[in-house]
Design a protein around this ligand. Structure first.
Ligand code: SF4
Length: 231
């Protein structure tokens, strides 16, 4: 199916209907990756509370905040559903940490990208193998790079469609939905954390700072992406 054709089929429908249509078009071949952040919790709620047959996975890098596990636990208890966990290949992490120490990512961008690749990108690619559609919680106003994306894309390298159900939502839309629907969320969001990744690479942002300023703040490059969504 062509991107334009799929766009026409999904355009104008509710997120629930869009997800259901994708399931009927690509049965067993749709993956939602959740970081357990607040946007992803909206999508998880929509999938789980409507019993939509999308595989939900999360990447456990081994460096997450304890609060991530709280929201993980609260979510599977509330919805009585499974979130599939993907870990990195332990040999590669053992080698990297043995050779470079536990904080190699602060020393250079190359080291940081290596760590993200081993802990996130490779496990993600394993999860995406054979999939036809990948859902994630990207919003346009999260960064300049993301603003140039579209709510539905085709990734020729990965050979799959990418669907961002919340692409046109504001951060306030997300927060209101979470509150109105009593969705579990990471308590760090109440302490100034907006984009929550690994503990050593995430901090709260101050008023006026950008959404991505809380990630890899020691790097000067404005394109703060871990490689999961970066083309
Ligand atoms: Fe490693 Fe930091 Fe990337 Fe996590 S966010 S994988 S700790 S460099």
């Amino acid at each position: 199916m062509q991107l334009k054709e799929l766009k026409n089929q999904l355009n104008g429908f509710s997120i629930e209907d869009q997800l259901s249509k994708l399931v009927s078009l690509f049965p067993e071949k749709i993956l939602f990756t959740t970081s357990l952040g607040i946007e992803d919790q909206v999508i998880t709620h929509k999938i789980f509370s409507n019993n939509i047959n999308v595989k939900v996975i999360t990447l456990d890098t081994g460096r997450l905040f304890p609060q991530n596990y709280d929201v993980f636990s609260n979510t599977i208890i509330k919805y009585n559903k499974k979130i599939n966990v993907y870990f990195p290949e332990y040999e590669t992490i053992e080698k990297m940490v043995t050779e470079k120490g536990p904080f190699s990512f602060y020393k250079s961008i190359e080291n940081r990208k290596e760590c993200c690749r081993l802990r996130k990108v490779i496990p993600l690619n394993r999860a995406l193998t054979g999939m036809k559609c990948w859902i994630s919680g990207i919003r346009a106003d999260q960064s300049d790079d993301r603003n140039q994306m579209d709510w539905l894309e085709y990734d020729a390298a990965k050979k799959l469609f990418k669907f961002y159900p919340l692409f046109n939502w504001s951060f306030n839309d997300v927060k209101n939905f979470i509150k109105e629907n009593n969705v579990p969320y990471n308590s760090l969001h109440d302490k100034g954390f907006v984009s929550i990744g690994c503990e050593p690479c995430t901090r709260a942002v101050k008023p006026g700072e950008d959404f991505r300023d809380g990630r890899w703040w020691w790097e000067n490059d404005g394109r703060k992406e871990c490689g999961l969504h970066f083309k």
